[in-house]
Ligand binder design. Structure first.
Ligand SMILES: Nc1nc2c(ncn2[C@@H]2O[C@H](COP(=O)(O)OP(=O)(O)OP(=O)(O)O)[C@@H](O)[C@H]2O)c(=O)[nH]1
Ligand SMILES: [Mg+2]
Length: 344
């Protein structure tokens, strides 16, 4: 690995400090410097309002300021996790890094979705931890749902039988999360094995708003073909029977001819980190597509994943050149795969 020179480090430090100071000054000139309490009582099941600022800006202590944005600077957005009791320590580590590298500067609320399998004792332990973070953390209980036509007693699981929680998780991120987040403009998805290791020095939600992006991804890779069996045929058929952006987005560079599909690895967003514009994913054309995916039952019978589904969904409905953003300006680790992505 190339070792940075001393002068490079000095220049990089100056640039980082300048960016920070620029943000500080910008906000200090903003209209509403609200004062400032950590509202631990708001640590509830609600998503009614956005967070307040915790600490008044003091120019003389610029280097000590722990974060910067005010409520009025923030977009209507939240960071979302789906949590699982067995990952308690990881979610704490992930939240700690998220705070240090993002929320300290841009205090967006965090929503932790959990289902009935999460015990009360474990929830209380986690809440005790989140109370120590100076950000608003909301716990929201969800009820996972099967598609209406799927009967777990009858429908045969061809691949990965019995991993039903994982498949419900897939449907949650593919489908249900958008309904649950409909009071917001954006979510930033984090998984319990997602870790942000360097400062995000600007507000990505604002970038999305200003540029009109509706989806931001970190990385594109490939899924395994057995768990995607039939997906490319389904997408191909869907594109042929509906009015979509398939040709604008060159969809068929990612779907080979039928006889070559068996060995092709479908593309997928590495969407253990992603930002999505909620109303775009609740639009009529996309909902119709999601319903058709549900009707195939293949998330449950074949473990079709939300990651390749999201990729092909975006190729069908989002105008990639205008709406899709490769947001990679931070060091990101996805621990389950032992992968760390450097800034691009
Ligand atoms: N409540 C609940 N959450 C789950 C379940 N399975 C996974 N999750 C959560 O859903 C998110 C994604 O799960 P992962 O196991 O990381 O899934 P993945 O990213 O597809 O798999 P990897 O590529 O191995 O990381 C994580 O935040 C998990 O905590 C489940 O059965 N129940
Ligand atoms: Mg993961």
């Amino acid at each position: 690995m190339k070792v940075p020179t001393k002068s490079f480090i000095i220049v990089a430090s100056i640039m980082f400090s300048a960016t920070l100071l620029y943000n500080v000054m910008n906000i200090s000139h903003g209209e509403s410097q609200e004062a400032i309490q950590v509202d631990k009582k708001s640590n509830m099941y609600s998503n009614s309002s956005l967070p307040v600022v915790y600490e008044q800006f003091n120019a003389a202590q610029a280097d000590k300021v722990t974060f910067i944005s005010t409520k009025s600077d923030l977009s209507k957005a939240a960071v979302t996790y789906l949590i699982h009791e067995k990952e308690e320590e990881r979610v704490k580590e992930s939240l700690t890094l998220l705070y240090k590298n993002f929320l300290e500067m841009f205090p967006y609320p965090v929503i932790l979705f959990y289902d009935e399998s999460y015990s009360d004792e474990a929830l209380q332990r986690l809440q005790k931890f989140t109370d120590t973070l100076p950000v608003r953390v909301m716990f929201r209980r969800i009820d996972f749902k099967f598609p209406s036509n799927f009967n777990p007693e009858v429908d045969k699981e061809v691949i990965w039988p019995g991993v039903i929680g994982y498949k419900l998780m897939i449907r949650f991120w593919f489908y249900e999360v958008f309904n649950l987040m409909s009071n917001y403009d954006f979510y930033m998805r984090m998984d319990t094995d997602s870790f942000i290791h360097s400062k995000i020095t600007y507000d990505p939600f604002k970038v999305m708003e200003k540029k009109g992006y509706t989806y931001a991804y970190r990385y594109i890779t490939e899924d395994a073909s057995p768990v995607c069996e039939g997906m490319l045929d389904f997408i191909d058929k869907y594109a042929k029977e509906h009015d979509t952006l398939a040709s604008v987005n060159n969809l068929y560079s990612f779907i080979p001819a039928p006889e070559k599909r068996r060995d092709y690895l479908p593309q997928m967003f590495y969407n253990n980190f992603e930002i999505a514009k909620i109303d775009r994913f609740l639009s009529k054309d996309i909902l119709e597509f999601k319903n058709e995916v549900d009707k195939t039952k293949r998330i449950f019978t074949h473990r079709w994943g939300d990651a390749p589904l999201r990729f092909y969904e975006s190729k069908l409905f989002l105008d990639w050149k205008r709406e899709v953003w490769h947001f990679c300006d931070f060091v990101y680790e996805h621990r389950n795969h032992k992968l760390t992505f450097q800034k691009c």
